[in-house]
Ligand binder design. Structure first.
Ligand SMILES: Nc1ncnc2c1ncn2[C@@H]1O[C@H](COP(=O)(O)OP(=O)(O)OP(=O)(O)O)[C@@H](O)[C@H]1O
Ligand SMILES: [Mg+2]
Length: 244
């Protein structure tokens, strides 16, 4: 069953065609990787899907309902949650407070219940020791995990992940990948994830979509896509060295 269906989405910025009739779908419990060079349009696709700005054309369907242009907080309540490439915690709040607010945004009104749930989430994502640290002081790897924890606090059924591993050294990536794997296995969370690190794409993806200059140029099985000559030419030839 398709849970998220992106159809024919196009977006231009002052004549620059950032997205050109992009089709991507995600089934329940499925993990779909999005790869492509810098500027390919990956983040713009997430922005169009989560109502940061409406697409010029195309539709976004969640559980069979048209949600094109619907704003992020409304989508979150319907189970579609995204993380940001550039993190956006409330800087002057602690880790625990940031996650508590995310739990409350889901509709848990009572402060104590929300804090208790947030504390449990921090255990799950390995952030307990950072619970009382102000978010602006957190190292990148911890901020990345906070961003993911805030997303989980909204109990997503579909997660849109924008480079959650960027800035992490390999030893920091493994626990994040393990967590994502567990979320899929145990809770059936579907994911659409943008990633430059090919080892992560290989490990998590059921399918891969390759974007180049606003268009999907290849899709399918990970190994097939990574061996596609158009993909190697458009991306891997110039990027694989540092992306791998
Ligand atoms: N709000 C905006 N206004 C104008 N141009 C934009 C805007 N957002 C994105 N663009 C342009 O659209 C193109 C696609 O950008 P986008 O951020 O989606 O790329 P990306 O695939 O996420 O790249 P990266 O891997 O570097 O994150 C780029 O040329 C970018 O400059
Ligand atoms: Mg991006």
């Amino acid at each position: 069953m398709t849970i998220l269906d992106i159809r024919g989405v196009s977006k231009s910025f002052r004549g620059l065609r950032a997205l050109d009739q992009v089709d991507v779908s995600v089934d329940e419990g499925e993990i779909v990787g999005i790869i492509g060079a810098n500027g390919a349009g990956k983040t713009t696709l997430f922005n169009c899907v989560t109502g940061a700005f409406p697409p010029d054309a195309g539709t976004v369907t969640l559980d069979g309902r048209d949600v094109t242009g619907v704003k992020m907080h409304t989508l979150a309540r319907a189970g579609l949650v995204r993380t940001f490439q550039l993190m956006r915690p409330f800087a002057s709040m602690t880790t625990l407070e940031n996650v508590t607010i995310a739990v409350q945004s889901r509709g848990v009104r009572r402060e104590r219940a929300a804090r208790a749930e947030a504390a449990t989430l921090l255990e799950r994502t390995g952030l307990v020791t950072w619970a009382d640290a102000e978010s602006s002081t957190l190292p990148t790897a911890v901020q990345k995990r906070l961003e993911l924890t805030r997303a989980l606090a909204m109990r997503p059924r579909v997660l849109l992940l924008d480079e959650v591993l960027a800035g992490l050294v390999p030893s920091e990536r493994t626990p994040v990948l393990d967590l994502l794997d567990e979320l899929r296995r145990e809770e059936g969370v579907a994911m659409l994830f943008i990633e430059h690190i090919m080892a992560a794409v290989r490990r998590l993806s059921d399918r891969v979509v390759m974007m180049d200059q606003g268009s999907v140029i290849a899709r399918g099985d990970v190994d097939d896509v990574l061996q596609d000559p158009r993909v190697i030419e458009a991306y891997l030839g110039k990027e694989y060295g540092h992306a791998a």
